[in-house]
Design a protein around this ligand. Structure first.
Ligand code: LLP
Length: 435
């Protein structure tokens, strides 16, 4: 469920007209719905009721300070993957002490920051990292809380660039080496074994890979409970959202009309499949959802610059580019595109929806059919709340877009669009180039 709906013929985010936000803040702009994030959080918690659950929001998905604060207010901890994310969570007033620090390449400075901030646990991905963590903890006179990330070697059936749980991926320690890695970790004087972690990929739309991975890892988990008295099991993130028909998916009846198998992975089906495996352990269960919490809570608002009618195809050229939303170019991702002002009388138009960036890859959708729109009209790319702004860049010296948060009838700019000055602020022309 999400809170982007037509009120009359105008697309709204909660009670706010998106055309009004475009006028106030310009385009391209990301608009997020606070109520959608809250609903997603509540639904996930309910779906896993009966477990001792901690949600660690994977803030890589959307790390705007306001989004982090909203999640913290809802009661999430955080999954952090850099010193920068840790400092963001601190700046937003989030609970770092309940949060986990992940990542294959933690630097010494990042580990030190995590130790000083007192993170709940480090998710360690290699033997050399155990060694580094032990050394730095010793230097600070503390014991570092640790879980080892296990790579269960399962096929997540997702895009190759976002699958992580196969043995050929760089992530985690293979299951067959895990017991030895824990035994080695237990010998370090400055480490304290606290849990076990896995994450098999992102945007999973079926529950079976999760079940398979948990089943594979369970014997190890039980052994770690006996041998090292671990207190938690983190299943990582990865719950997918359905990008096609995202607007329709806000309507439960629409889903009910879908044939079996056409339904998305839901927190209810995820919980129903995993609860029987997890509850008997009596461990704290951590989830690290990113996309599930914020993906369908955001849209990218863009304005049509030109409708260019070609010999072979039509091009709808919009003012957002691959630098603003890279997912279609990078993962062939599907985002539904809808007009902000609906007009049932409009004829249909089939076009490639493209941005202004000088690359053929700057294409959001090929051969997409939508009601005909022209110069100056607004479109919304749906399900853009996760890995949208977070992956945006200034390629082509295009300013990073604005971000706006809506809650009910209220809205506020939560990140101003770049200015030319902010884009070049860190740059210098060295003296030796000046005549
Ligand atoms: N935990 C770990 C260890 C992860 O590596 C990730 C995501 C998550 C949790 C959160 O996964 P989620 O619940 O959001 O699926 N940029 C890509 C997605 C990359 C995901 C990387 N890791 C995209 O736009 O699809």
């Amino acid at each position: 469920m999400h809170h982007f709906r037509y009120v009359g013929q105008r697309l709204h985010c909660e009670e706010v007209d998106l055309a009004t936000l475009a006028r106030l803040h310009g385009t391209p702009a990301y608009v997020y719905s606070a109520a959608t994030m809250a609903d997603n959080f509540t639904r996930l918690v309910r779906g896993l009721a009966g477990l001792d659950l901690r949600i660690c929001y994977a803030c890589k998905a959307n790390s705007n300070l306001a989004v982090l604060r909203h999640c913290a207010n809802l009661g999430t901890a955080f999954d952090l993957v850099s010193g920068g994310e840790l400092r963001r969570v601190q700046a937003a007033g989030g609970n770092v002490g309940a949060s986990v620090f992940a990542g294959v390449g933690k630097s010494e400075a990042e580990i030190q920051l995590g130790l000083e901030a007192g993170v709940y646990s480090f998710h360690v991905e290699s033997e050399p990292e155990l060694d580094r963590l032990n050394r730095l903890a010793g230097r600070l006179g503390v014991r570092a809380p640790v879980a080892i990330r296990i790579n269960p070697d399962v096929d997540a059936h997702t895009h190759a660039k976002i699958t992580t749980g196969r043995s050929e991926n760089k992530f985690g320690i293979p299951l067959q080496f895990a017991a030895a890695a824990y035994a080695a970790a237990a010998r370090y004087p400055h480490l304290r074994l606290r849990g076990v972690q896995m994450h098999i990929g992102s945007q999973l739309t079926r529950v079976e890979p999760f079940v398979e991975a948990v089943q594979k890892v369970l014997p190890l988990v039980r052994q770690l409970q006996r041998d090292h008295a671990i207190e938690y099991f983190s299943l990582g993130g990865g719950i997918g959202i359905v990008y096609p028909d995202a607007l329709a998916s806000g309507n439960a009846a629409w889903w009910d009309a879908q044939p079996e198998g056409g339904r998305p992975l839901t927190p209810e089906s995820y919980g129903a499949a995993l609860r029987p495996l997890l509850a008997p352990l009596g461990l704290k269960i951590l989830l690290e959802p990113g996309r599930y919490l914020v993906g369908n809570a955001g849209v990218l608002l863009t304005r049509v610059e030109y409708l260019k009618r070609g010999a072979e195809r039509n091009f709808l050229i919009v003012d957002a580019g691959m630098n603003d939303l890279v997912r279609p170019a990078m993962y062939d991702a599907y985002h539904e595109v809808v007009p902000v002002q609906r007009d049932p009388a409009r004829p249909a138009l089939t076009a490639d929806i493209v941005g202004p960036v000088c690359e053929s890859g700057d294409c959001f959708a090929r051969d997409r059919t939508l009601p005909e729109v022209g110069e100056g009209e607004l479109l919304a790319f749906l399900s853009a709340g996760a890995y949208g702004y977070a992956m945006a860049s200034r390629y082509n010296t295009r300013p990073l877009p604005a971000e706006v948060l809506v809650a009910g009838a209220r809205s506020e700019l939560i990140h101003a669009r770049d200015t030319f000055e902010s884009m070049i602020a860190g740059e210098r022309i060295p003296g030796f180039l000046k005549g």
